[in-house]
Design a protein around this ligand. Sequence first.
Ligand SMILES: Nc1ncnc2c1ncn2[C@@H]1O[C@H](COP(=O)(O)OP(=O)(O)OP(=O)(O)O)[C@@H](O)[C@H]1O
Length: 857
Amino acid sequence: MAPACIIPNMDGQSGETMQSLPDTLSSLMGFNKYLTPSWIESVSHIIKELSPTEEKTKVMVQMTQNIGPDDADSDTKVGKIQDELVSLNAQLKQITLQRRQSLNNYLDLKGNIRVFCRVRPFHHEESYQSRTLFTLDESNVFLKVAETKIKQYKFDKVFNQCSTQGDVFAEVEPVIKSALDGYNVCIFAYGQTGSGKTYTMEGKPTATDLGVIPRGIQALFDRASESNKRFLFTFSMLEIYMGNLRDLLVHGSKTHGFKKVPSLSIKTDPDGGIEIENLVAVTVNSFQEVKRLYEVGSRLRSTAYTMANSTSSRSHCLIRLSLTSFDAPERNKARNKLWMIDLGGSERLVKTKATGKRLKEGKAINLSLSALGDVIDALQTKKTHVPYRNSKLTQVLRDSLGCDSKTLMLVHIRPNENDLCETVCTLGFATRVRSVRLENEEPPDEKARKEHLLAELEREVSDLEQECEDITSKIKKLEEMLEHLKGPQPSVSTNFGVSHPLSEDLKADMSKNTKNSKNRREVSSRLPSFMKPTASSQHRIGLTKHIPVSNRTKPPVAPKRRPSSVYAESVRLPVNPTTWQSECSSECSISMTSDMNWIPSVQDGTECSQQDTSEYETKQVIFSEHEKLLQGQLISLAQCQLAESGKMQNKTEEMGIVDIDSWIHQQIIENASICQSEKVLDIPEVTGYGTYNCTASPIQMESIKGSKQAQDDYSNLKLQPPMQNVEGIKQAKATNQFTSMELCTPPSKELCSNDKMKEHKNERLAYHGNSRRSLQEELDKCMPGQPDKESFEKKSDKESKTDPIIQPEIRLQDEEHYIDKSTKFFQALRTAWVGTLLGLGTMSLGLEQDFFQSLTL
Ligand SMILES: Nc1ncnc2c1ncn2[C@@H]1O[C@H](COP(=O)(O)OP(=O)(O)OP(=O)(O)O)[C@@H](O)[C@H]1O
């Protein structure tokens, strides 16, 4: 039995009598957190010695063993792990820097501007004329330009007809990696129409056929997630059509309240960086999200039928992935861009036999390609003046071409003998782009040394990469252990906005910017009036206070300008989510561009979405770009972090920003509504060539829009009510005069003469006319009790307005009726006039009969 003990009070008098020492010790154990491990150990020994058999004591001993020493252990463990983490992170940083440096040396040695050549394989229909005029090796194309003349074109790499998408990507991958290291990167696909640019960049959906864009983006996301750094990726997609920029992620829609979609303008920031004002940049967290956005954007690209390609790209398509690093100071820049560009076809206009709008499009493409060639040539030859300003394309890419950025030009050629002239032009462009290195051809020993160095660097990079991976996985494991030992810790992300170094940088940036604007204000006050910033530029740089739109009676009247100029007066509006919603880090404005008509033109047949034209541009700013660029970055970073803790949604809702799903959903709805109201809808589906669906393909649009008859047909088709009855569609198909087989067979390429095409178009147009009529009949049948044509006309306005199906039909009939009446009226007037003249003549006023006759004629 353990002796009872008396614990003295603080004043030294005897206090409460305790039952036993173990009890006392047990009560003291309650404070084990405050006791030293050695004390706990010695006490537990005492307890054991006092009453080793007692149940209570056993429990206590266990308690002391479990809690006391383990706690101490875990503390030491935690300390150790933390120390280890610190050293591993430092090691990782060091190795990452080394790897970045080695990769950069490797790319520098290879050349910051590199040119590859890819030869497209023969198509099935081309195989009968499979005669090529060139031979290839690893880095040369030997072209037989005349019977006795063979010309050599040198490249950094040549991909022959058997090269796979994987082979191409293997060469592109180091450049993509350097994008993750903070370098600006541009990857171009150049070549004549149908030479395989889109195939190389986009590829096909099957895994082996995926192109550079999907592979590159996937690789970026994979590498970003493997590293223990945090990145913010934003995706943008735009096209340059006839020298104008157009956001491919925003569908021009009347439902925006303002009829216009935002116009894009190029801005240079004080550090020389290029920003495209109003360009939507959607934050993306996975490859799947990018894919969905890419699909949305691809649908809006301007394509049309040409003699060289049935779905020729009539524009340059640019994809921009902006990368912002959260905690990677070893990167070259905190924010950089990866551009992947599918250039417009470079064919000569003579070859395409283009006229009218097609001719203008072709000229615009060729001009900008030539400007791109000039810029790259100037960079290669290290000229003091680089002519960036000569085209929109080079203006947009100004900060991503030259300096320490990486450029890859993938030149494409077609294999046929027929395309010799285009091939010569394409190869000539490529030669120009890598002119310096051709002129200074290296001696063989120098070349061998360089190759040896490259191989060494490549090995070094891969070793360092492996090391980085090992350390990263070690860090991850240790972090997991730490979490297990310490219990869930408050996420770094939750207080990221306050404590993260980058946020501090951004804050500093912001204050710097405020300073700049103050300076500007001071400077501008000393300037003569013609040099002072305009109202719009003051707005942009934040010199003026926010002026609510309600305080303005009218938007400013734009001055008359040359057609190509852009009037950039901005009216700032609070964010209106119903007007335009997007998860964007840029300003949204509503505007009209000055020299372009983006309305789908019946005459030109180019498939593009609506952006209205006007003499001048009126811009309605919804998001404030300048503020958003700086604050937005901070907000986006914070948002991105908050998303991890499940707070993203609330935060974005608060800010009036929608997530990618709702944004895409909105775009799809708008696309569909535009399709329903403007494009050819609900024509029975025929297979292959003649397939019609909601988003009519370019060739379909072309065939519909290509002639006067087509225009009529198109306008008629616009009035076609939506076909809701599938059975009706099937029957309509069956009742068509032309079978789908007749219509589906495309004229083979070699028969693609003008006449043949016209004939084919007419057939198809006749088919559409027919199918429309038969559809109308079917529709009438499908709607029992539907009044006949006359009773349709008598329908009350109210009724017709509420019925979306019959409304267009009634409008058409009204118009016909009106035309009939006016024609009759003018006929009657003419008859009366003739009668009067003849009457006067017969009254013999001394005038010759011929005079009257000529008047009546
Ligand atoms: N390397 C290749 N392997 C297999 N098929 C290819 C290859 N290159 C191109 N093609 C095929 O050739 C056709 C034309 O290619 P693509 O559409 O990529 O040409 P393009 O240069 O982008 O034309 P455009 O300038 O008019 O857009 C496509 O059907 C494509 O699938």
